[in-house]
Design a protein around this ligand. Structure first.
Ligand SMILES: [Zn+2]
Length: 80
């Protein structure tokens, strides 16, 4: 069985990961994906920086506007 995550899955759950809120068993494939995927690693770093600026991890799901901005930044880097 293929346990690899799609980039989309990683981005959906990145705040859970940072909050150590992933269910047991979900963290390993998550970290494996990060180890192999520079884009998601960068995304994770951007979320970390955002959290650092905010001073806390928002409990609410990420606002769609912020997510769109991050995804756009990600895509523009990808195609560059
Ligand atoms: Zn990825």
């Amino acid at each position: 069985m293929d346990t690899r995550l799609a980039c989309d899955d990683v981005m959906q759950r990145v705040t859970e990961y940072l909050d150590e809120a992933l269910p047991p068993g979900a963290k390993e494939p998550f970290e494996q994906h990060l180890a192999e995927c520079a884009n998601c690693t960068r995304y994770l770093q951007e979320i970390r920086q955002t959290i650092h600026r905010l001073g806390a991890l928002p409990r609410e799901p990420m606002p769609a506007s912020m997510k769109d901005r991050l995804l756009q930044a990600l895509h523009s880097r990808q195609s560059a």
